[in-house]
Ligand binder design. Structure first.
Ligand SMILES: Cc1cc2nc3c(=O)[nH]c(=O)nc-3n(C[C@H](O)[C@H](O)[C@H](O)COP(=O)(O)OP(=O)(O)OC[C@H]3O[C@@H](n4cnc5c(N)ncnc54)[C@H](O)[C@@H]3O)c2cc1C
Length: 436
């Protein structure tokens, strides 16, 4: 099977003659962060994978393709380490040592210090385009992964015996299981007739990078402002030695649209009002990005020989920086079940395996989605009694070392029934009994 390479002649023009069917164990639609991590995890355990991505990799790999950064939890980086995908230099991953949470201008705050749990950082901040490039270069080096892009499915049939896809270049791929990693507007989810609960937050996340005079000391800040959360996330210094942070600034849609139109001077004034002067003078590096925010949770994660992963199954508010981390939990859980079945010579696309995946992941995702939704509703307002109640809550957690440690372990992705790969362990196929 042809692997995508940088030469454009390998992708275009697309031949349109009938082709023989190629076989893979697993066919993945969507070559974003979840799709590529799933490919790397499954290939690491000897499975043959084809990834089909609709966008042109030349566009996805550019620094300008995605302005976001991602806060990867400790568990997510453990997964990446366990499958050989983690490379801190290539990711340019900046460790988070402390997190400070404040409610507007109120004097109370919540402080998480990684030293309360040991030496490990609470997580890492990585720029999305770097994550994409590092993951792409990793899977490009794997013999048993083919990444086909830009490419799209024109027909997908799934039945008790297997799945068969026809792509827009006429090629046919047969597989035992299909993974929908094609994001929140998942074409595969809709084509399978899987409906979803969804609502609009009427909020937009404005994302940008700033350079500042003072070092950030690896502290992440989350400020709850009346229109929504304002996060300051530490990045490594750039090549010119400038100290940098990434900003995720949530506003109501109307104000966000106006802010995005402001001149640099006016925008900077608004930014400084929210950011403060604790890191010295600010300078915006690069452009302003915007992402409309909405909630989506699929009513089912599976169908015949199909599993939804990541944003295709659940897209949440970024208030807690957990969207991708939850997708990577899906990846680790499904990989564990598939590797186990494969080891026993069982069908890896079997309905009972898919039901186990659904049971394992649905509760965890549901709880976090409603927690993030609730946090956004609780903090994105200026109602005095609500403000007083939430400040009491913040102060109570901050005073209790036990609660602080519990919340830190949650943020690090270490609580709950977590798959072995997220604990940084190899999959032990002799431990069948613990599976849900
Ligand atoms: C402002 C903001 C900040 C965030 N911060 C964090 C954070 O700090 N921590 C965190 O964990 N999460 C965060 N998230 C969430 C995180 O960005 C997403 O959960 C994550 O990117 C989802 O990855 P994915 O691979 O599932 O989907 P996507 O990134 O949407 O990738 C889907 C891929 O599928 C491709 N595709 C689509 N349709 C098809 C098709 N039919 N055929 C083939 N390919 C297709 C697309 O081109 C794309 O490459 C944030 C989100 C936002 C909006």
């Amino acid at each position: 099977m042809t692997k995508w390479r940088s030469s454009p002649t390998l992708c275009k023009p697309k031949p349109r003659q009938p082709m023989t069917e190629r076989r893979a164990d697993i066919l993945i639609f969507g070559g974003g962060a979840n799709g590529m991590t799933a490919a790397a995890a499954l290939a690491h355990h000897g499975l043959k994978i084809v990834v089909v991505e609709q966008a042109d990799p030349e566009k996805l790999r550019k620094a300008g393709a995605d302005g976001r950064t991602v806060a990867l939890s400790h568990a997510s980086t453990s997964l990446m380490q366990a499958i050989g995908l983690w490379n801190a230099d290539e990711f340019d991953a900046c460790p988070i040592l402390d997190i400070r949470i404040t409610d507007g201008a109120a004097p109370v705050f919540l402080h998480y210090d990684h030293r309360e749990l040991g030496d490990a950082p609470l997580g890492h901040i990585v720029e999305n385009w770097r994550l994409w490039n590092a993951a792409f270069s990793h899977i490009s080096g794997l013999e048993n992964v083919s990444y086909l892009a830009p490419s799209a499915v024109v027909d997908l049939q799934r039945d008790d015996y297997g799945a068969r896809a026809i792509l827009d270049d006429g090629s046919i791929i047969g597989a035992s299981l299909v993974l929908a990693c094609d994001g929140r507007n998942s074409h595969l989810r809709q084509a399978a007739g899987i409906t979803a609960a969804t609502w609009d937050y009427h909020q937009t996340a404005i994302v940008l990078t700033v350079a500042h005079d003072e070092p950030h000391a690896n502290i992440a800040h989350e400020r709850f402002l009346p229109a929504g959360p304002f996060a300051i996330l530490p990045l490594h210094d750039d090549a010119k030695g400038r100290h940098r942070s990434s900003i995720v600034w949530t506003e109501q849609n109307e104000l966000a649209a106006a802010l995005l139109e402001f001149t640099d001077t006016r925008f900077n004034e608004e930014l400084e009002r929210r950011f403060g002067s604790f890191l010295g003078n600010l300078k915006i590096v690069g452009r302003r990005w915007s992402y409309p925010l909405s909630f989506l949770h699929a009513h089912r994660y599976t169908d015949t020989r199909l599993a939804l992963i990541g944003d295709a199954a659940h897209a949440m508010h970024p208030i807690a920086g957990q969207g991708l981390n939850m997708g990577l939990r899906d990846v680790a859980a499904l990989t564990e079940l598939i590797v186990d079945a494969h080891h026993r010579g069982q069908d890896i696309g079997d309905n009972s395996l898919l039901s186990q995946y659904e049971r394992w992941r649905r509760t965890d995702n549901t709880v976090l989605m409603f927690v993030t939704d609730g946090l956004n509703r609780l903090f994105s307002n200026n109602v005095a009694p609500v403000r007083a109640a939430r400040d009491l809550g913040l102060a109570a957690v901050n005073r209790s070392p036990r609660l602080r440690r519990l919340f830190m372990r949650h943020a690090m992705g270490l609580e709950g029934d977590i798959p072995q790969l997220l604990r940084g362990e190899a999959i032990d196929t002799s431990r069948q009994s613990r599976r849900p």
